[in-house]
Design a protein around this ligand. Structure first.
Ligand code: ADP
Ligand code: MG
Length: 686
């Protein structure tokens, strides 16, 4: 071992990069980037091919391009919104560049007569060909240098250009040996980790982009992919190892659970009974449980978790139930109070409770009078002390980082039982390798009263037909969820809620619809939901806030805008909000006019099937696994996993490395987990 003066990249804050100030640091945090290592592990989700210089006349709408041209005219508008418009032309034609968010200096950069290189995606605007927020560069050289540029997952305040600059600096620091990225793998003959990081961010012009994308064949891509797989395996195994031979409370009192079962307005399904039995066996075994209960949306996982909670409560111990959103936590709270009645003290703990009320709740939790705590990540907070926490239930488990799971565990004196609920079906082909170390129970069937949801695809061109259909449906008593991927139009072709509202204004009374998104204060959100539940509003215009959990039986129509942009698993989850009452239910997937072949295939999968597992399996085949696990929501984009299924060789390699790392001290295991599943990422409290 040499005593090297290099700094570990994970101990250097991202704000130490030139040009990354406090404010940008906060924005970076939203992407899960806190330190320079996180930055280097923020891998491209796609690439921009800038190896071929095109002429403007050759551009088609919806095409990625690089052109060079002269600035002809620069103008600004303020109505209906602030915008910078640049007319750029070459010898063959012209195109308009539009910028909605820009710093004042940008105006001066686009001087009339300046020759610029522009890269972006074209679209057909009212005045001809245009491009929104393209990359731009002043041409200082007559020669054109072909390159492949990375495209990253972004957040407000962070553009691709900013990320590229920051990452380029970090790579330079790595090359100058100022910093290093620790290689936690035991000795091997894989390619060098730092080389792989660099090459994935900056492929060479001759590289085949596909080799560097999900499932790609580049050895660099595989090196990183292998590490993600290993990190994932270790994250589960290390919990399991810590639990091994640890004593856990034994719960076998079924009296309360049986009372609840008797008072339910429905009969448990066969699968609910089976999974309940499996979980009961776990918590009466004397060692800590770590089990995943998976089942399609609406399959009734909550009641199973509640029955398990009942056994724990019956022995005077405490249960914490963790939900990914406040809305969902509230809904669980209501259900639990219904099921458990007033004898069992249940508290709701979210982050926005007044201090005094919060103190009282915390007292009750600390002295043990509160038996069931339901909340968002607020249940993790430092000042929450449990008297005797014995069971932790994580709803929609994929929303929580693995390290967060480790953290809550520390709150329990002993080793608590852990039950993870997931409506994200993990395909059979994937489960074995991804979930190593977890026990899995599956609810396969839905309760008998469900009708299949009729799903249709509709091009944006036929919006008028859609509106007519919705009008009629509302007249006959239907309610509608209308989902947009974003709030305001920020990137090109997506339809934002604000745009959609403008459309709806023309056709509906403004007391017929409401808008719901994650950035609203809780109070407002609850009022809006309440209005929708009691049917005073008919249409709920929402972001994917409504993805998890919301239960309004009379809503039987769901419209999803830009459906081609969603993962199939997510579409399936969204769709699961309807089909809960007795009415026939419909899901209408709006999509852009020119669907790619892949998008068309994917959307046809979901329109033909209501089986979450089958859909996940097909999505996996068509697209790779990232969004199936929803890991992007826990911070890092899921980068690989595909190799795992495609490539036996990688699988056995991953197992071998995992085994070796599991022999190392636990701190070392944690480091690799933290690299891939960063703990510092606060869950957004939507
Ligand atoms: P998920 O598995 O998606 O979390 P929930 O637990 O929220 O599903 O259950 C969805 C709805 O189905 C709830 O309204 C719940 O009360 C109801 N439900 C659960 N089990 C049954 C059953 N066996 N029969 C009828 N309805 C049920
Ligand atoms: Mg649920």
């Amino acid at each position: 071992m040499s005593s090297s003066p290099k700094i570990d990249a994970s101990s250097l804050l991202v704000t130490s990069i030139k040009g990354v100030g406090e404010k940008m640091g906060v924005a970076f945090l939203k992407l899960g980037i806190k330190n320079v290592e996180d930055l280097l592990f923020h891998f491209p989700s796609d690439y921009q091919d800038r190896t071929r210089l095109l002429k403007i006349a050759d551009l088609e709408p919806n095409q990625e391009f690089v052109i060079r041209g002269t600035v002809e005219k620069v103008s600004q508008t303020f109505v209906p919104r602030k915008m910078l418009i640049v007319k750029l032309s070459d010898s063959t034609g012209h195109i308009y560049l539009r910028f909605f968010y820009y710093f004042p200096g940008l105006r001066n950069l686009f001087r009339t007569g300046a020759v610029m290189e522009i890269a972006g995606t074209s679209r057909l605007g009212r005045y001809g060909l245009e491009t929104i927020h393209p990359d731009y560069e002043l041409c200082t050289d007559l020669e054109f240098f072909p390159k492949i540029l990375p495209k990253y997952r972004l957040t407000r305040g962070i553009t691709n250009q900013r990320l590229r600059n920051a990452i380029a600096q970090a790579i330079q620091m790595m090359n100058n040996e100022k910093i290093e990225v620790m290689d936690y793998f035991p000795k091997n003959n894989l390619v060098n980790l730092s080389d792989s990081i660099q090459r994935i961010h900056t492929p060479l012009p001759d590289d085949d982009i596909n080799d560097y994308l999900v499932g790609g064949r580049s050895p660099h891509r595989k090196r990183i992919g292998l590490e993600e797989i290993v990190a994932n395996k270790i994250s589960y195994l290390s919990i399991k190892h810590q639990n091994k031979n640890k004593p856990a409370d034994i719960f076998s009192d079924e009296l309360l659970a049986n009372q609840i079962i008797k008072s339910l307005p429905f009969k448990l399904t066969q699968d609910q009974k089976l999974t309940y039995q499996e979980i009961k066996d776990d918590i009466s075994s004397g060692s800590p449980m770590l089990r995943l209960l998976q089942g399609d949306v609406g399959s009734g996982k909550t009641i199973v978790a509640a029955l398990i909670a009942a056994s724990v409560v019956a022995e005077g111990k405490q249960v914490a139930i963790l939900a990914p959103t406040t809305i969902l936590a509230k809904q669980h709270y209501k259900n639990f109070v219904d099921w458990f009645g007033s004898d069992i003290e249940i508290e709701l703990l979210t982050s926005k409770i007044p201090a005094k009320e919060r103190r009282e709740k915390l007292n009750g939790i600390a002295n043990g009078s509160v038996k069931i705590v339901i909340g968002t990540h607020a249940v993790f907070q430092k000042d929450v002390v449990y008297e005797s926490l014995s069971l932790v239930v994580y709803d929609e488990q994929h929303r929580f980082g693995v390290t967060q799971r480790l953290k809550l565990k520390e709150k329990a004196g002993d080793y608590p039982h852990q039950l993870l609920l997931s409506a994200t079906p993990i395909p059979r082909t994937m489960a074995m390798s991804v979930l190593s170390g977890l026990d899995v129970s599956t609810i396969k069937s839905l309760p008998p009263n469900r009708k299949p949801i009729v799903t249709t695809l509709l091009s944006n061109k036929r919006r008028e037909a859609l509106i007519n259909r919705i009008k009629k449906a509302i007249e006959s008593g239907s309610q509608v969820y209308w989902v947009c991927p974003i709030i305001e139009e920020s990137d090109s072709s997506l339809i934002g809620i604000e745009d959609l509202e403008k459309v709806l204004k023309n056709d509906f009374d403004n007391n017929q619809y409401d808008i719901l998104h994650g950035k609203m204060p809780d109070k407002v959100k609850n009022q809006i939901l309440e209005n929708f539940k009691n049917k005073s509003t008919k249409i709920l215009l929402a972001t994917t806030v409504i993805e998890v959990g919301i239960d309004v039986p009379d809503a039987n129509i769901m419209v999803i805008e830009n459906s081609e942009r969603f993962g199939l698993a997510q579409l399936h989850q969204l769709r699961g909000r309807v089909g809960r009452g007795d009415k026939e239910s419909y899901c209408i997937l709006m999509h852009e006019d020119n669907l790619s072949e892949l998008s068309e295939k994917r959307l046809s999968v979901i329109s033909k099937s209501n089986d979450g597992f089958l859909i996940a399996e097909e999505d996996l085949k068509l697209r790779g696994p990232g969004d199936i696990l929803g890991l992007s929501q826990t911070g890092q984009p899921s980068f690989t996993f595909y190799d795992l299924i495609a490539d036996e060789e990688i699988q056995s390699e991953a197992n071998r490395i995992t085994d070796e790392i599991m022999e190392l001290p636990i701190e070392q295991q944690r480091k690799i987990i933290e690299r891939w599943f960063p703990a510092h990422l606060e869950l957004s409290d939507i």
